[in-house]
Ligand binder design. Structure first.
Ligand SMILES: [Zn+2]
Length: 451
């Protein structure tokens, strides 16, 4: 409409000036609309309505239904829901922890009367002071805490200590990476019937993180993540934590298609819309950067290509189950609705809600020619100061396609101000950054014009 109005305007002089001005304004208006759309989708997905887009409260599936409607509104040619099942451990009930730092014999302090000498219990906040290892069972009761001596560590002495009656049914507290380096010893402490400990406490610096990737099973003993400050000098803890293991839980990928002029090959955009769900009934992980940002980006790209008919077919794959170990993308890779060999290029967009001037990328072997074009475009247009390519890893939804020889790239904004909140309760609409949206959008759009 814009061009047809101007087709008959006089050449040169004021006419050409007006044309250039209108073109510039038109381009700005399109991107302002796209940016507003992008923000609206992030805000919606990060809201309490979806409870962190997890499983126990149905938030992921609710978000999938929202996306289905959003793609339809964007004017795509077809939207399909692709169901699949997963087993997943969840925490959506009780999530309480109290810690006793020291017995308190001082009569002038808080403990009065019958409480005198019982000490002060402090309440720890879920998501702030502690979270749960994703494969932990629930845990209820009061437990002594055994602090591992990591400075002069001696495994035999630790196991001898743990055999003493005062440490029966204790929780063993230790810095996480230390347990990782001594995994043989600490694996013994995770198994039922091996030692007398009731479970483990891993320390992790604040802000405390929560994961889901290995939640397809539940181990014998509880494992709790706690900040070093919250567990320092703690002698006893009380826990009241419920878990719920969901077997064969049904979720779904949302697949939108924009028809191109040619159907012999296609471009594919992927972004996961699931996140970590709840940590107890009151706390949820909003996941604005991870990955409402990428999800919103591909929705606006779908809207763009629905209006600007592309040369090739385009698929927009909103995956579920990514934070549960790439389950949705694996499922689609094994059950594609278009042969993987027909994919000209696949763009996986995960966590672009940040403000780094550097764009992080990973490319498959077959995607390297395309990566060079990305660099060339970026060097010409200066969308980012530079692209930083890392080694291919199983860290997001491009991986199942990279291993199946699909030309693909993973786009994630390099660590900016939002990155510190990755997998914490602070990854919210208030902390997500919008800076890298437009450069990513333009980079991808230019690429498709030239690849
Ligand atoms: Zn994640």
């Amino acid at each position: 409409m814009f061009f047809s109005n101007l087709k008959h305007s006089p050449k040169g002089g004021a006419g050409r000036g007006l044309l250039i001005l209108l073109l510039a304004l038109g381009a700005m208006q399109v991107s302002a609309q796209d940016l507003a759309h992008y923000k609206r989708v992030i805000k919606e997905l990060a809201s309490a309505k979806y409870q962190g887009r997890g499983y126990a409260k149905g938030g992921a599936n609710k978000a999938g239904k929202f996306l289905q409607k959003e793609y339809q509104k964007a004017g795509v040619d077809e939207v399909i829901l692709q169901p699949f099942k997963l087993d997943i451990n969840t925490f959506s009930g009780k999530m309480e922890m109290e810690a006793l730092t020291s017995l308190n014999p001082n009569p002038s302090s808080k403990g009065e009367g019958k409480d005198r000498g019982r000490g002060d219990w402090k309440t720890l906040q879920p998501g702030v002071d502690f979270s749960m290892r994703e494969y932990s069972p629930g845990v209820h009761g009061e437990f002594p805490v055994y602090h591992v001596d990591t400075l002069s560590y001696d495994a035999d002495r630790m196991f001898a200590d743990l055999a003493k009656p005062e440490y029966a049914n204790c929780l063993v507290a230790c810095e996480f990476w230390f347990t990782y380096r001594h995994s043989k010893d600490f694996q013994r402490l995770q198994k039922a019937g091996e030692c007398n400990n009731a479970g483990l406490i891993y320390t992790w610096p604040a802000p405390i993180k929560f994961f889901k990737a290995y939640g397809h099973r539940v181990v014998d003993k509880p494992i709790i993540w706690v900040t070093p400050e919250a567990i320092k000098d703690v002698q006893r803890v009380r826990l009241n934590v419920d878990n719920k293991f969901l077997k064969d839980y049904e979720c779904f990928n949302v697949i939108a298609k924009v028809e191109g002029q040619r159907h012999d090959s296609c471009y594919v955009f992927t972004a996961h819309y699931d996140h970590l769900g709840n940590l107890g009934k009151n706390v949820f992980y909003a996941g604005a950067n991870d990955n409402a940002s990428g999800t919103a980006c591909i929705v606006t790209l779908a809207a763009y290509y629905a209006k600007h008919k592309p040369q090739y077919d385009m698929y927009f794959l909103s995956f579920s189950g990514e934070d549960a170990n790439l389950r949705g993308s694996e499922f689609f890779a094994n059950n594609p609705i278009v042969p993987l060999s027909q994919i000209k290029y696949l763009f996986n967009i995960d966590m672009i809600g940040d403000n780094s001037p550097v764009q992080y990328c990973e490319a498959s072997e077959e995607g390297m020619r395309g990566y060079q074009l990305f660099e060339q475009i970026n060097n010409e247009k200066h969308y980012f100061t530079n692209l930083h390519r890392g080694d291919l890893a199983a860290n997001s939804d491009h991986y199942p396609y990279a291993t199946r020889h699909v030309p693909c790239i993973f786009l994630e904004n390099e660590k900016g101000d939002a990155f510190q909140y990755y997998h914490t309760i602070y990854d919210t609409y208030e902390t997500v950054k919008f800076d890298s949206y437009e450069p990513v959008f333009r980079l991808v759009r230019d690429f498709i014009e030239r690849y």
